[in-house]
Design a protein around this ligand. Structure first.
Ligand code: GTP
Ligand code: SPV
Ligand code: MN
Length: 606
């Protein structure tokens, strides 16, 4: 084979042979105009954001320093679960909840899609690290992409560039992540602001620890360190190595006596992780600090406790609904600039706005780049896409816990599972033990949100909030959770709770005020662990009455709060066939212990 000359290909700032040969192989397949190694510098950020402004992808914001407005193609706004594949050798290793194709077949299809797909574009090589850089065993990756938007976003969301190349050294292991927007340019062809392709594939090869993505520029489809690596591939690593890679926020709760507790919480996409992670408690004397808002890696420490690390470096948060009342700390984080806002509205004075933010302007440019006035909103056309996002550095968060960058992680006292359910699920339920908690997680359900393409509002099972992110068979994943519990000293395991901030009254109103008021539930959970708070035993677990929660000064109606706490046995009996149907779908690999939990629940419900 004759070596192809592509500018930049031979100016690699590394001698890592496996990396060099993979980069060459990809460049020869995708034939970009040039190859650039991303170094993560401020100079690089300035150069690439300027290029994105020139291309019409970014509009610089006049009201926020070093920040940009960006509108995607209207067809490329969310994760595409039906185009997401786990390509294990055997279909049974992907299981009934994942799309599967044989790796050889998938690679054959995608190789043809990748052939020449970077023509007319620059190919960037981004060395990145998920988790703190000074971890003695850092989890490294390299993303190849033809999107400047991805390079810039990866700078916010991961530790990347030259320091990671140093960690890679001559031969350190890394996860290769290949991404293309899938829109080659012919000579002279004018580019579009948001290149993408109608054909999309988000694929994972778990045995090879390899990720291939094609056709989308959107967050979870294109920033491959996030869901693809830190959840789908990492969940497979975690299964093999005895730890957990989870869709969880991590927060630090500080009591009035200055006692510190760490809590991890798994809620499905757009169900409140970022908001809980940055919460401002409404109960006097309690404080929350943030460690992560989306992903947690949980590993046992030498003392036998589970320690959580957030592999990310930024927040990729849902914009609509974020305001100075619901999430003041997110507002303060983005005020500091250095952020990218995708699919929100642009104000006439060069700021951003979205539904739910204070101070609605009389005129905006909508995420569809059209004139927008409040009448359009009333006619059902929101100014911002419901899955519009801010991408902002964690380090700017004013309530960031100082230990956020510690590779040791933080010891977790409580795990919360929660979903978005209008009925049935009470505000909070404490599990009886680890296995019962795993049952709660495995049967978690939620109304689908705009974070993934498809119909919003339909109730589906979303086990551990990981339905779209488990990189292997869901039955094996449940067994892994059970085994993790068995391998530990039960007295050191986190206590598991099931929460629902989203129960509704008959007119559709939320029964629980939520947001900062959720601190009352955090307090109750911690006091349960400390043996200080009371609870009422019910067929589904321990649930507090309104009297058993600290509701002093709560911003809500007591009748509604009582309704939010109700354990309605008829609603629960109606839930049983849905759980049975779900367990049926999991099939033979469903752990018998979870079947036993279901039988016991049926018995208790009578
Ligand atoms: P992903 O980033 O997609 O994983 O979402 P997330 O789980 O971080 O959800 P986020 O905190 O961004 O919340 C999503 C939506 O739910 C936003 O519109 C919030 O305003 C809303 N929300 C969050 N917490 C609460 C709550 O306690 N009560 C109510 N009613 N809404 C909430
Ligand atoms: C989610 O959908 O859970 C997100 C956004 O956090 S994405 O990066 O698209 O996965
Ligand atoms: Mn998420």
């Amino acid at each position: 084979m004759t070596a192809v000359t592509i500018p930049g290909l031979d100016q690699a700032p590394t001698t890592h042979q496996r990396l060099l040969s993979w980069v060459r192989e990809v460049a020869e397949l995708t034939t970009p105009d040039q190859v650039v190694w991303a170094d993560g510098s401020e100079e690089e950020w300035a150069r690439l954001t300027a290029k994105l402004v020139e291309a019409g992808t970014f509009v610089p914001l006049k009201q926020k320093p070093n920040s940009f407005w960006c509108a995607s193609d209207p067809s490329d706004v969310a994760r595409v679960e039906e185009r997401t594949f786990i390509c294990s050798q055997k279909p049974d290793d992907a299981g009934p909840t994942n799309n599967w194709m044989h790796p050889d077949e998938m690679k054959a299809i995608m190789t043809e899609l990748y052939r020449g797909c970077m023509r007319g574009r620059t190919m960037y090589v981004i060395p990145f690290c998920m988790g703190p850089l000074d971890d003695p065993n850092p989890k490294l990756g390299v993303e190849i992409t033809d999107s400047e938007y991805v390079v810039v976003s990866m700078k916010v969301m991961t530790r990347m560039g030259t320091p990671v190349l140093d960690k890679l050294g001559e031969d350190a292991d890394f996860v290769p992540c290949l991404h293309s927007v899938g829109m080659p340019l012919e000579p002279g062809q004018q580019d579009v602001p948001w290149p993408c392709n109608e054909t999309k594939y988000i694929t994972h090869f778990p045995e090879e620890r390899l990720i291939w993505s094609f056709g989308s520029g959107y967050g979870g489809n294109a920033l491959l360190g996030k869901k693809c690596y830190s959840l789908r591939i990492a969940s497979v690593m975690a299964r093999d190595e005895g730890w957990l890679a989870e869709h969880m926020l991590i927060l630090k709760l500080i009591s009035p006596e200055n006692k510190v507790y760490y809590i991890a919480a798994a809620f499905p996409s757009a169900c409140g992780k970022t908001n809980l992670a940055m919460l401002e408690p409404t109960i006097p004397g309690w404080k929350v600090e943030t460690l992560g808002d989306d992903i947690a890696w949980l590993r046992f420490g030498e003392d036998g406790r589970l320690y959580a690390v957030n592999p990310e470096n930024g927040f990729f948060g849902v914009a609509p609904g974020t305001n100075w009342k619901t999430n003041p700390n997110a507002m303060r984080t983005i005020e500091r600039g250095n952020s990218v806002f995708t699919n929100v509205a642009l104000t006439d004075d060069g700021d951003i706005w979205w539904e739910g933010m204070e101070g609605r302007p009389e005129h905006l440019t909508s995420w569809k780049k059209r004139d927008w006035t409040p009448e359009d909103g009333e006619a059902g056309e929101p100014s911002s896409h419901p899955n519009s996002r801010y991408c902002t550095p964690m380090a700017q968060c004013p309530v960031l816990a100082p230990e956020w960058d510690d590779p040791k992680g933080v010891p977790i006292s409580a795990i919360f599972f929660g979903g978005r359910r209008a009925t049935t699920i009470p505000l909070v339920t404490e599990s009886r033990d680890w296995q019962h908690g795993v049952f709660m997680g495995a049967t978690l359900s939620s109304e689908k949100t705009a974070a993934a393409a498809g119909k919003v509002g339909v109730v589906r099972r979303d086990p551990m909030a990981m339905l779209p992110f488990i990189g292997y068979h869901a039955g094996d994943y449940f067994q892994h959770w059970i085994d993790v519990g068995k391998s530990a000293d039960a007295t050191k395991l986190p206590k598991i709770f099931y929460v629902n901030w989203f129960r509704r009254g008959e007119d559709g109103r939320f029964l629980w005020p939520g947001f900062g008021e959720n601190s009352r539930v955090l307090k109750w959970a911690i006091e349960r662990i400390e043996g200080k708070a009371a609870a009422t035993e019910t067929p589904i677990g321990h649930v507090p009455t309104a009297e058993e929660l600290d509701l002093d000064g709560v911003d809500g109606s007591m009748a509604d709060i009582r309704a939010a706490l109700e354990v309605n046995l008829d609603e629960w009996r109606a839930e049983i066939p849905l759980i049975e149907e779900w367990f049926e779908k999991i099939g033979d690999k469903l752990p018998t212990s979870l079947r036993d939990e279901l039988e016991a629940l049926k018995q208790r419900l009578g």
